[in-house]
Design a protein around this ligand. Sequence first.
Ligand code: C5P
Length: 314
Amino acid sequence: MTEAWGPDDDEPRPHHGPVKVRVPAKINLHLGVGPLRPDGYHELNTVYHAISLFDELTARRGDTLTLTMEGEGAGELELDESNLIIRAARALAARGRVPAYARLHLRKSIPLAGGLAGGSADAAATLIACDMLWGLGMSRDELAEVGAELGSDVPFLLHGGTALGTGHGEAVSPILARPTTWHWVVAIADGGLSTPAVYRELDRLRAASPPEPLGGPDELMAAMRQRDPKVLGAALGNDLQPAALALRPQLADVLHAGQEAGAIAGLVSGSGPTCVFLAADANHAQRVAAGLTEAGVCRAAVTARGPQPGARVI
Ligand code: C5P
């Protein structure tokens, strides 16, 4: 006879202390966008890359579900049922058949609507934190299944590193490459861009020209294997960039300023308006960030390294 909850059993149990989870932002080294599907998403072929710009979510036991926050977007981001953190907690509780009781606190550094998947990152952090708080012991694959319903980038942000994304971005498979650290400068814009609006603008721009085949990530993957920032820089690409530039023409000035500051390459991150620049090393990244700051084309320019692990308890 086995004794339930015996000292040797490794059944997951509810966690009594606070659970703190750190989650990175993502950029897309390659973002190939295919046609609009009947379900309202576009078919994607992307290479995700997690960088060292982090949000932190703390989950404590509670007798209801509450969310507070500090940092980027505080006072702007709704903390009600529409918030992806609340939606993630409720979806996980339903899946695990437990009451959705927790006191959640977000410390936010990833800008809102910035093209860095901040919302998906926070949902991923919530899934990891509440899974532990409630002792559900779900696998990362199970959490990714719950997460895919919340945002296209959630499965990647559970995973982290550098990975291929297909479907509408939710189908993630790791890229097996020798670990190389890449150095980035992230130019944070004033104000965000709506992801659906950027996709709609792309459809509008494309309506005037014959459809292009969905570009694969082969060139980018081959470039990564060479571990040379110049080679990687030449292979970076984002099909959403023309649409983001059409909606926010000032982004051309940001890209130009990054080039003037000596970056190896620059591109719009995801649906923008954040722009990211590749640097040769940490010192070079500092110089590019200083040049961008001096040019006065963005709200802030910060350095970051990638790849980083996905959402993790710290
Ligand atoms: O999945 P996520 O919440 O990030 O997507 C936000 C919106 O962006 C979608 O509702 C859709 O309008 C657009 N989108 C898209 N194709 C994708 C991902 C997102 O059209 N692959």
